[in-house]
Write a protein that binds this ligand. Sequence first.
Ligand SMILES: NC(=O)c1ccc[n+]([C@@H]2O[C@H](COP(=O)([O-])OP(=O)(O)OC[C@H]3O[C@@H](n4cnc5c(N)ncnc54)[C@H](OP(=O)(O)O)[C@@H]3O)[C@@H](O)[C@H]2O)c1
Length: 276
Amino acid sequence: MTRYGFIGTGSMGSMLIRHFIRTGVTAPQDIAACSKTGVSARALATGTGIAVKDSGRDVAQGADVLFICVRPLDVHGVLAEIRDVLSKDTLIVSIAGCVTLADLASWSVPGARCVKIIPSVTAEEHSGVSLVAWGSWVTPEDKELVFSLFSAIGTPVEIEEKHIEVYSDLTSCAPALFAAMMQEYAAAAVRKEGVPPALAEYLVRHTLIGTAWLLASKETGFDTIISRVATRGGITEEGVKVLRSRLPAVYDELLDATLAKHELVKQTIARQEKDH
Ligand SMILES: NC(=O)c1ccc[n+]([C@@H]2O[C@H](COP(=O)([O-])OP(=O)(O)OC[C@H]3O[C@@H](n4cnc5c(N)ncnc54)[C@H](OP(=O)(O)O)[C@@H]3O)[C@@H](O)[C@H]2O)c1
């Protein structure tokens, strides 16, 4: 039996727990969790039957696999608190953005087996991608276990850690980015013709859902959809031309902004580590 510990039961920690249980890859009785105030952990326990512990140390002590699901700036403090109860036998799985595998290795114990995972809210629907970067001491059995967990709630994709930030933009950030893009599309129709905002958003939303279903088929890629809808010389093609001309600059700027923010958080983490 594998015992799972979760430190942090906010949006992502609780989502992972609920869906690991729902898909049957873990049983509630094998999971213990805690949160800072205990409120979110107790609420989750009521709905799922997991055990709630008073502290990260209590969670870490009993865990074979320890999920760190706190915000990036809280990871150092959490690992400092539990460090002396950690052993090389514990597989540490951090989902915190901007905290590197090197950070995890140096803040835990020598030889610690660490994995960095960036999940996505799309796991709620058992779809989308979880990015996976392996630390130095991870074993083939660890990889198998992590893959079995994250395959149940989407598609795990192994990546090189050095590109994890830009890949995160394409996966974990993307649901919010797609949603904002679609809102802007609907808003343009409202500006142009004064159509009801709720109807414009409804139309775009349901078309997005339908498009995602089309893309879910292995045979249908972006190019297939574009060539089916934007026929040569037709109306949609005019719209595609505008996007092709204007969007590269928008996305370059978007990535500049998000990557700069990643860097800023990393610098704050480094300063925080120095101050301790
Ligand atoms: N949101 C996303 O789409 C997404 C995607 C990929 C990765 N991530 C990463 O996931 C991590 C968590 O994000 P989130 O959105 O779930 O944040 P969140 O909702 O704010 O949850 C943070 C959790 O950490 C707990 N916590 C803070 N300090 C703690 C401590 N010392 N001991 C125990 N628990 C502690 C909080 O406890 P309380 O509940 O008591 O406040 C809360 O449950 C972040 O590092 C983020 O980078 C998020």
